[in-house]
Design a protein around this ligand. Structure first.
Ligand SMILES: [Zn+2]
Ligand SMILES: [Zn+2]
Length: 188
């Protein structure tokens, strides 16, 4: 049984104790403040006048449940799927490039008492709930769910956005946008 939360809002910090072993599902979009913050961060290099808040989109769906994790105590299992559309400067000419990003992740928050555990660091995953779960740490039951989404989001974004496949870039001599003017410096 999947319970849907009608409010479809979730704080960026969630408490292990607020959840039960029955999975709850959340469908968030940019009306949720931290999802909106992630979008703003994706667009942070774009000039203010190029921003178009109506066209940027993001959805984050989360499935969350509490579970006893063998040898690590009580954990919060968070499975997420997200996708977004945003604008970012073209790496060649700085015009806005329309980008999209999508991914999913499976994670578990366990107590930060294990943070210094030699067998376990943040790059490690543990097998629980029939999945390989990426490990995050909670501080006295407080889980930073935004952090998990943030990490997967920024791993997935295109590092070389182009506003067009054929972008000609800027002239190295005079800085003209070669998509719009031919300053003549290219012809040798
Ligand atoms: Zn370009
Ligand atoms: Zn030029």
């Amino acid at each position: 049984m999947v319970q849907t939360n009608e409010k479809d809002n979730l704080d960026e910090f969630i408490k292990v104790e607020s959840f039960i072993d029955e999975e709850r599902e959340y469908h968030l979009d940019k009306s949720c403040s931290w999802v909106s913050d992630l979008l703003a961060e994706l667009e942070e290099n774009l000039e203010e006048k190029e921003k178009s808040p109506e066209s940027r989109k993001m959805t984050v769906s989360l499935r969350i449940k509490r579970k006893e994790i063998p040898s690590y105590g009580e954990g919060l299992i968070v499975r997420g799927v997200f996708s977004g559309n945003y604008l970012t400067p073209c790496i060649k000419c700085l015009a806005p490039a329309a980008e999209s990003v999508a991914s999913d992740f499976e994670s578990v928050f366990i107590t930060n008492k294990f943070e210094d555990d030699e067998d376990l660091d943040e790059t490690l995953s543990i097998w629980a709930d029939n999945s390989e779960l990426e490990v995050y740490f909670h501080d006295r039951g407080k889980c930073h769910v935004k952090k998990a989404v943030h990490e997967h989001l920024f791993l997935k974004i295109n590092p070389y956005p182009l506003h067009s496949e054929e972008c000609k870039g800027l002239c190295t001599k005079c800085g003209s946008d070669l998509n719009h003017n031919d300053c003549g410096h290219g012809a040798q």
